[in-house]
Ligand binder design. Sequence first.
Ligand code: MN
Length: 215
Amino acid sequence: MKKSRAQEPDLGRYGKLAEYNRKRRFDVTPEPSGKVGRAKQKEREFVIQKHRASHLHYDFRLEHDGVMLSWSVPKGPSLDPSVKRFAMQTEDHPIDYNQFEGVIPEGEYGGGTVMIWDNGTWEPEVDDVDRAFEKGDLKFKLHGKKLRGSWVLVRMRSRQWLLIKHRDAAASTDDITAKKNRSVVSRRTLAAIAKAAGASAKQLEAAKEADAPPT
Ligand code: MN
């Protein structure tokens, strides 16, 4: 983590969520403002948010040291161990973000509809998460409603990682993102979330498209 951020401006004095807070206008977006939470040793949360912004992607977040480490996965996770999914590391998010499902207004950062696609807890399969993160080889187990078992995030370069399922009982060739396209908290589709939150016509159309399994 420290290594990949060496070339960026030093925002350390604003805390881990400086980048998150800088990108958002909290008087306009319904997203939570960023506060660093208390680091927990047990029951670390994870969340995956299906997000139809300018492009559809799945935001993969793991709780660590009071924030959610975050990656944007354009194609979403795959249960097939032979499939490597590209995962772009994004700014740390507040733990409160795990509860966010709704619509970010058009013109705002990440404008579009957000669904809580999966959630639960995770546990590292390494002794030291910080070291594994810096090395770019983070092995972990997910205890979610859709995703389970052992996974790995491997860094290729700077912020570019791969998300890969390990071979175990939870591995499968099922197309999980197509088969399970509803929210784990509200059972709603992306279009239903968009409609309820008063999305624009354009956002509603994009949400409907993202609900349909890829052809
Ligand atoms: Mn996103």
